[in-house]
Design a protein around this ligand. Structure first.
Ligand code: KIV
Ligand code: ZN
Length: 512
């Protein structure tokens, strides 16, 4: 039997650290369920001690997701570790992931600790964590830039204290595949008790090599866990991308000789869900999940693929969840057909009232758009207001006038704590006028740091999906709105971002 490669997803922790990618509890729960459907082995659900909000997210995911191990990050101190254990109390399988920096640069400049103090703190933290849980992962932060002799001492000591997984992060994305692979191989060969732990890789993508480095850590270094995120989401240039690493190991099983548990048919839905939730658009030529990943434009390629698909295709689009851009439902479709299509798309809505809310929106959309595609349905259900939780701002209606040579004007009706208000403004264009009309009433003072429009299913008949990223008092939030009218979609996205600005709490940085 081939060895198993453990897939550890950190979209909800390291991915969320990406500025602007912060998610609400409901959004995280929805993504966690999708990760469970994907059969991810370990889900890093957050950093419980960083804020009450993060604690609640880890706790909620630990209560709901039963088929994956649920993990919380924790700095190497008793308070963080105890908080992580408490948040994970109801998980069917739980892991604490504790970390402390080991590079000379980080120890001296950031932690202001001596190497001996770091070694002691690492040992003491793993000992403390092991008294609370069996499954303990230890990461020497900035491990790849650490002195190998010192790293060997730290890792040997934490394994002796009971760490069950050793993760070697390339925190700043500095590694080169062959060098990183050999770095891990040398550590494993030099550390006498290295066989008592599973070795893991965690690579950032600053030089565009996170996937290559991770795979070298597996092939050359003998690591058996890869830490990764959906769409490679993460700080700066991101993390190792789950879909790429999984499809590389599956497609080149002849080379890697490893099995992964992942149910790849759920990959595209997971990618769409993460991109819609965070507003981080997937580039069209992105491997596996980009819109062009399986599109053959050149005549020679098309001809080849029609004659024999493997002339130009190394993976099958349907194996990663690309279904043909199907017209699935229309105006006459009933609630059962809608519910069944949701199930086929792997979407689980929590309650009958959520299904009813989604179905009402589906009917409204079908009145305005004759063909409803899978992408439209996914956009409908990714809207956080389905949960029925009271939100401060809600869209009601909009009218706007724009004509060549005239300054556009918009009038918008929206709710503030359930009460309808009407506001109007002029702007450079109709979108600008609509958002200024909202701002004229709300006075949030937030700065808009991103505005993007994307056609959900490719043509002008499609719904427009708008992302608005707002920044206020050091916090960055995304709002997403979808509608066949992109001005309405923009207003919905703006209101959604304002709702999130109201609800986010302060948190401690994971690498602070
Ligand atoms: O990149 C990193 O070093 C991390 C650690 C906290 C594991 O994310
Ligand atoms: Zn990281």
């Amino acid at each position: 039997m081939a060895d198993q490669l453990i897939i550890f997803d950190t979209t909800l922790r390291d991915g969320e650290q990406s500025p602007g990618a912060s998610m609400t509890r409901d959004e995280k729960l929805r993504i966690a369920r999708q990760l469970e459907r994907l059969k991810v082995d370990v889900i890093e659900a957050g950093f419980a001690a960083s804020s009450n909000g993060d604690f609640e997210c880890v706790q909620a995911i630990a209560r709901v997701v039963k088929d994956s191990t649920i993990c919380s990050l924790s700095r190497a101190n008793d308070r963080d570790i105890a908080r992580a254990a408490e948040a994970l109390k109801d998980a069917s399988r739980a892991r604490i992931h504790t970390f402390i920096a080991t590079s000379a640069l980080h120890m001296e400049k950031k932690l202001r600790m001596t190497p001996e103090q770091v070694l002691e703190q690492a040992k003491q933290s793993v000992r403390f964590a092991r008294n609370l849980l069996e499954d303990i992962e230890f990461s020497p932060e900035d491990g790849y830039r650490s002195d190998p002799d010192f790293l060997c001492r730290v890792i040997e000591a934490v394994i002796a204290e009971g760490a069950t997984t050793i993760n070697v992060p390339d925190t700043v994305g500095y590694a080169i595949p062959e060098l990183y692979g050999n770095f891990i191989k040398n550590l494993r060969e030099r550390i006498p008790n290295s066989d008592k732990a599973i070795w893991s890789v965690h690579c950032h993508n600053d030089l565009g090599m996170a996937v290559a480095n991770s795979l070298a850590g597996v092939k050359i270094g003998g690591a058996r866990q890869v830490e990764c995120t959906i769409n490679g989401l993460g700080e700066r240039a991101g993390n190792c991308s789950l879909e790429e690493v999984v499809m590389a190991v599956k497609t080149r099983r002849d080379y890697f000789g490893l099995d992964v548990n992942i149910d790849t048919q759920h990959i595209v839905a997971a990618s769409r869900m993460v991109s819609q939730t965070t507003g981080f658009v997937v580039q069209p030529n992105k491997a596996v999940v980009g819109a062009n990943a399986f599109a053959h434009a050149s005549g020679i390629h098309q001809d080849g693929v029609l004659k024999a698909r493997d002339t130009y295709e190394i993976m099958r689009a349907e194996d990663v969840g690309w279904s043909a851009n199907k017209i699935v439902l229309g105006k006459l479709s009933g609630r059962n057909a809608f519910k069944q299509r949701l199930q086929e798309l792997g979407v689980e809505l929590e309650s009958e009232s959520e299904i009813n809310a989604a179905f009402t929106r589906f009917k409204e959309l079908a009145d305005r758009k004759s063909e409803i595609f899978d992408e439209d349905i996914l956009a409908l259900v990714s809207d956080e207001s389905l949960s029925g939780e009271k939100e401060q701002f809600g869209f009601v209606s909009l009218s706007q006038r724009s004509e060549t040579g005239e300054r556009p004007h918009a009038e918008i009706v929206f709710t503030v704590d359930g009460r309808e208000v009407k506001s109007g403004a002029e702007g450079n264009g109709p979108v600008d006028a609509s958002l200024k009309a909202i701002e004229a009433h709300v006075h949030s003072g937030a700065d808009m740091v991103l505005y993007s429009v994307n056609a959900i299913s490719g043509s002008t008949e499609s719904q427009g999906e708008v992302t608005v990223r707002l920044q206020s008092a050091g916090r960055v939030v995304n709002g997403v709105g979808a509608d066949p009218d992109i001005i309405v979609a923009s207003a919905k996205a703006y209101l959604s971002a304002l709702n999130k600005l109201q609800s986010k709490s302060e948190r401690v940085a994971a690498q602070g």
